[in-house]
Design a protein around this ligand. Structure first.
Ligand SMILES: [Zn+2]
Length: 340
C-alpha cells in the first residue's frame, strides 16, 4: 500500500509499505479517504529538534476513512461505515480519559503523524474507542476537517472561552483553516465577528462566512480598528493563534473581564505581557490544545446540519510538500485536503 513519509526535514516521499495485519481484538481496519493538513504538519515538515520521534515517519494528523474490517469484540462499527479518527493515542483508562477529557490524557502515546506514524496511508488499524462515526450526509472530504480544525475551535470557543450568543469576538487570521471555522461557529450563535486578513483578496470570503467587520492587518493596525469598531468598549473574546505578532494587541482590545483563548503561535512563541493590565482588567487567558472525542462528534453534527468546511484545494499525495509550503506562506483560504 502507498504511504506518505517524511524522510528528513522538508523532504516527503510516497513509499510502498506492507498493509497492516487483520485488526486485532477491539480494533477496526480503516481505508483512509481523506487527510486534512494543519499547522502541526508544517511544524513536523520543518523539523523540530526537540520532538521525540524517528524518521521516516508517516505524516497526516487529521483524517477520515471507511471501515473495511473489524476485530473480535468490536460492537460499534461494521464494514462500509464512514468514520474519523482521534489524532492522539490516549490510554483510555486514566482519570482524564475516564472523565472524557481526552486531550488531558496522562499516558498519551503520542500525536498521530507527529510522534508516531500518521494517517497518510491507504490502510491502518485503530482501537475502536478512538474512532468516531460520520453522520449521514457528510462527505469524507468534509469529515476529514472535523478531528482537528472543527473540534479545536469547538473546544476553544465553547469549553474554554464559553462564548455566549450576542458577544463580540475578534478572530485572528480569519482566512486560515481554524479562522474560517471560528467565524462560522461564532456567527451561528449570533455573535458579532471581527476578523483580520493579510490580503484584500480574502475579504469577500470571510464576509461570506459571516464576518461583520474585516481588518487587513498589513495595512491597518487591528488594535486601532477593533477599538474603533467597538466604540472603545473592546471585545468579549479574542480567538488567538498568531502569537508573538498579535498577543499584546489582543490583550489591549479586550473589555474588562475579556477572555483570550489561544491554540497557536505561528508568528513566534514568545510574548511579554503587562501583569498590571492582566489583573486590573481581570482578563482570563486560556491555552487550548487539541479537543475531546465529544468535540469531534459535536463538530460532525454541525457539519451534518450544514456548517461545511471551506476547502482551499484538494491535492494528491505527491503534492503535499508544495501544499505545506503554501500554508507556511499563509497563501491559503480554508483547508487543504489530500485525497486518496
Ligand atoms: Zn488517558
Amino acid at each position: 500500500m502507498r504511504a506518505l513519509t517524511l524522510i528528513a526535514d522538508r523532504q516527503l516521499e510516497v513509499v510502498e509499505m506492507p498493509p497492516p495485519p487483520p485488526p486485532a481484538a477491539g480494533e477496526v481496519q480503516i481505508r483512509v479517504g481523506a487527510v486534512a493538513l494543519n499547522h502541526i504538519d508544517v511544524w513536523g515538515f520543518r523539523g523540530m529538534a526537540f520532538v521525540k520521534r524517528k524518521l521516516p515517519i508517516v505524516v497526516g494528523a487529521e483524517a477520515s476513512g471507511t471501515i473495511v474490517a473489524v476485530g473480535d469484540g468490536v460492537t460499534r462499527f461494521a464494514p462500509g461505515q464512514d468514520v474519523v479518527m482521534y489524532g492522539a493515542l490516549t490510554c483510555g483508562h486514566c482519570k482524564a480519559c475516564l472523565e472524557g477529557r481526552d486531550n488531558f490524557c496522562e499516558n498519551v502515546g503520542g500525536l498521530v503523524g507527529f510522534h508516531v506514524d500518521g494517517f497518510a496511508r491507504e490502510l491502518l488499524n485503530m482501537p475502536e474507542r478512538l474512532v468516531i462515526p460520520v453522520p449521514a450526509g457528510v462527505s469524507l472530504r468534509d469529515a476529514a476537517c472535523a478531528p482537528i480544525a472543527f473540534s479545536t475551535v469547538q473546544h476553544m470557543l465553547f469549553d474554554n472561552a464559553k462564548l455566549q450568543p450576542g458577544e463580540t469576538i475578534l478572530v485572528h487570521a480569519g482566512g486560515s483553516g481554524i479562522g474560517t471555522v471560528a467565524i462560522m461557529m461564532a456567527k451561528a450563535i449570533g455573535c458579532t465577528v471581527i476578523t483580520t486578513v493579510g490580503d484584500d483578496s480574502k475579504i469577500e470570503g470571510v464576509k461570506k462566512l459571516g464576518a461583520d467587520y474585516v481588518i487587513n492587518y498589513r495595512t491597518d493596525r487591528f488594535e486601532h480598528e477593533t477599538r474603533k469598531i467597538t466604540k472603545k468598549k473592546g471585545v468579549d473574546v479574542v480567538f488567538e493563534h498568531v502569537g508573538a505578532d498579535t498577543f499584546n494587541g489582543s490583550l489591549l482590545v479586550m473589555k474588562r473581564g475579556g477572555r483570550l483563548v489561544t491554540c497557536g503561535s505561528t508568528s513566534g512563541p514568545t510574548a511579554t505581557i503587562n501583569l498590571m493590565q492582566l489583573f486590573q482588567q481581570q482578563y482570563r487567558i486560556f491555552g487550548s490544545f487539541g479537543a475531546t472525542m465529544k468535540n469531534i462528534a459535536e463538530s460532525l453534527d454541525k457539519m451534518a446540519a450544514g456548517m461545511l468546511p471551506v476547502i482551499d484545494t484538494e491535492v494528491s499525495l505527491d503534492d503535499v510538500g508544495s501544499a505545506l509550503k503554501r500554508m507556511e506562506s499563509r497563501q491559503v483560504f480554508g483547508k487543504i485536503v489530500v485525497r486518496f
